[in-house]
Design a protein around this ligand. Structure first.
Ligand code: ZN
Ligand code: ZN
Length: 270
């Protein structure tokens, strides 16, 4: 039996709980190690029943009781295996879903948008057999899906879910302002007696690349636009949209800027 099913072959028993446009990413069975307890109980019971029935040799009614008791334990194991076979943990692009229950079907889910933190635990036996437990923290009070024990391939699964929680589809491109050098020359002629000087590129903050989405659409990241003056000559001016920086949303730069501004405001309040 396969423990892992890729998104396009989601079991029918899970599929019917998915929304029309919900993309199933991965579905796993719980790790069979969760049956270790019942299996050990059944085997131990078999040994004990064997011993007892040797002791009770000749007393047929006592032996019947002993084997009946063991039969019940065996039935319990069968029940647990059957139950295990219908438990699925499914990760979609929107939720984590745990479907379980042989007689009464139970569906617990956690929307990705509500997850505030997620970690996984691995016990010594978990490392030995290859399972782990997810611990999900969420914004809501009620948590239907807080601990999910006995998950196979916990590392891969964890990375998969983290990838959905924190998408990294941001694309970095060479900085158009500094030509990916990280430095720009500031023209000194604007200031009296000023000399040209090299400064850290304000668009990429010296990182040489910028987020593609952050490039200023007005000046295409150059920080300058061309203005036509009244006498119909062209002259470059600082881009009003990004204030000459070249980018509109910022890599860490913005935070520094804001902090500086706040400090200035606090000082001026005094
Ligand atoms: Zn740059
Ligand atoms: Zn601009």
């Amino acid at each position: 039996m396969r423990l892992l099913t890729p998104g396009d072959t989601t079991p029918a028993s899970v599929n019917k709980y998915l929304l029309p446009r919900e993309q199933s990413v991965i579905t796993v069975h719980k790790h069979p190690a969760m049956l270790l307890g019942p299996i050990a109980l059944t085997l131990g019971g078999l040994v004990v029943a064997g011993l007892l029935s040797t002791v009770a040799d000749g007393n047929s009614s006592a032996r019947n009781v002993i084997w009946l008791a063991w039969g019940l334990i065996l039935l319990y194991l069968v029940w647990r295996v059957a139950e295990w076979s219908v438990v699925y943990f499914t990760v979609t692009d929107k939720r984590m879903i745990l479907t379980s229950g042989l007689v009464i079907r139970k569906v617990a889910m956690m929307p990705m948008t509500k997850v505030t933190d997620m970690s996984f635990k691995r016990s010594a036996t978990g490392r030995l057999f290859g399972y782990g437990e997810f611990v999900v923290e969420s914004a809501g009070q009620e948590q239907a899906l807080r601990n999910v024990p006995f998950l196979p391939y916990p590392e891969q699964l964890y990375l998969e879910v983290c990838g959905l929680l924190f998408p990294t589809d941001e694309k970095r491109v060479p900085c158009p302002r500094c030509g990916a050098t990280g430095k720009i020359m500031l023209d000194g002629k604007d200031r009296p007696g000023g000399k040209d000087r090299e400064v850290t590129c304000p668009a990429c903050n010296g990182r040489r690349t910028v987020l593609e989405d952050s490039i200023c659409p007005r000046c295409d990241g150059r920080g300058e636009i061309t203005e036509i003056t009244l006498d119909e000559t062209y002259r470059p001016v600082s881009c009003p949209r990004c204030r000459g920086r070249g980018t509109t949303t910022l890599d860490g730069w913005d935070d520094d800027d804001r902090r500086k501004r706040r400090r200035q405001e606090e000082e001026s309040d005094d």
